[in-house]
Design a protein around this ligand. Sequence first.
Ligand code: ADP
Length: 474
Amino acid sequence: MVSSEAAPYAKTGGLADVVGSLPPALQELGDEVAVVLPRYGSIDLADTRCVWEHLRVYLGPDVYDLNIYQTAANHPVYLVDYPPLFGRKALYGKADADYPDNHIRFAVLARAAIGIARHLFATDIFHCHDWQAGLVPAYLSSTFATDPTFLGCRTVFTIHNLAFQGIFPKSVMPDVALDPRLFTPDGLEFWGKISYMKAGLAYSDALTTVSPTYAREIQSHEMGAGLDGVLRARSKVLNGILNGVDYAEWSPEVDSHIPARYSANDLSGKTICKRNLIEEFGLPAGAVDRPLIGLVSRFAVQKGIDLIIEAAPGVVAGGACIVALGTGDREYEDALRRLQQDYPDRIAVRVGFDNGLAHRIEAGSDMFLMPSRFEPCGLNQMYSLRYGTPPIVRATGGLDDTIEKDTGFKFAESSAEALLRSVGEAVRAYSNSSGWRERMRRGMAKDFSWRASAAAYSMLYRRLAGQAYAHAML
Ligand code: ADP
């Protein structure tokens, strides 16, 4: 697997959770999996060992002299070490601007993965995640098309979020050693520029995305982010496979980040979690008697943060409190801080990235809010179910696939009014405590573990490998 994120090493969102937890699930099914990841400045090399020195990547005018480290994980996780490109703390950029050399950084990652497959980990299937890994299939089907090491290799490309596409000017093609013949509308050209996402879509043997509904949605003009035509053309090889949850990490029975553990049979610990959360956020102790709505999110337009901001006064008027954790667009951060100032007894906001606090919000809240405009899969709503925190979601993508009327609350329209109606419904349901507990328990009983989804990936790999084998026999 080639990815720009993998928990616990580097995370900004759900991609990290998936690449962190899918490989062990695949291993249980008998597949051998390695992960290739940049060694960012935030990753400590203390528990790693250097397994390859001077892996040289020649890209256009430059040579990149890489060292490869392997972590102590049960499956090989290879960290691509090259401080001038990756030795920065933030993954993709500073403040609101991407790093200007991201095209180089993720071209080097792709070539490093191909080098690792040559020297360290004999590979049948390259499974590439999102645009940051999109050049792997492009290089394999051009630069390395006749390289005997990779004959019969197959590629899978998974779309975790079609909104981030890795678009760069055509003029960078020589710098990342891309064959000019790839610059076609069927290839990686995107309106006169190049798109690393489109490279992944065009040159991979199979495509997947992270929920069945999102797989359908992205083939429509409204939700295809300019790539719906390509996706429709490749619909025969495109599948939606729902992400799984790592319940060893996200379960109230075993969670080490929360002040009291609990289960569906004994929910008493959840009240302690709620009390602690209210204290941690500096809300008055009396808030414990009100329904508490949690939010953990990137503060981005995708996540419908503006709808929450617009609806917040109405949510407060309806009797609920809100605790929110996230980072992202400055304008949303400021607006949420203002709401905290306006309603200091009812709304509390933490701007930042804090994994422990994310767990405590899942455990200590009564309900969880995800009014996304689009949501490829979404993980927090599945975590919420397990923590007995019924989610209030917009019916889109993976949210629509995982939340039902009897486990959560769904609304269709992307508007503050619709959100508020759904919150009102949840608050009314909450006032019936025995009915609410039943709802909690129904959600807690749902199983979104990796078992089924990992099996779907494994079958896909085997089918592709079989095709390669059959091809070799012809
Ligand atoms: P996306 O990948 O689009 O951001 P997902 O719901 O798929 O959304 O995954 C988000 C993941 O990132 C979850 O594990 C969530 O808990 C975590 N997360 C998001 N923002 C924060 C934050 N500010 N602090 C800690 N964890 C966060």
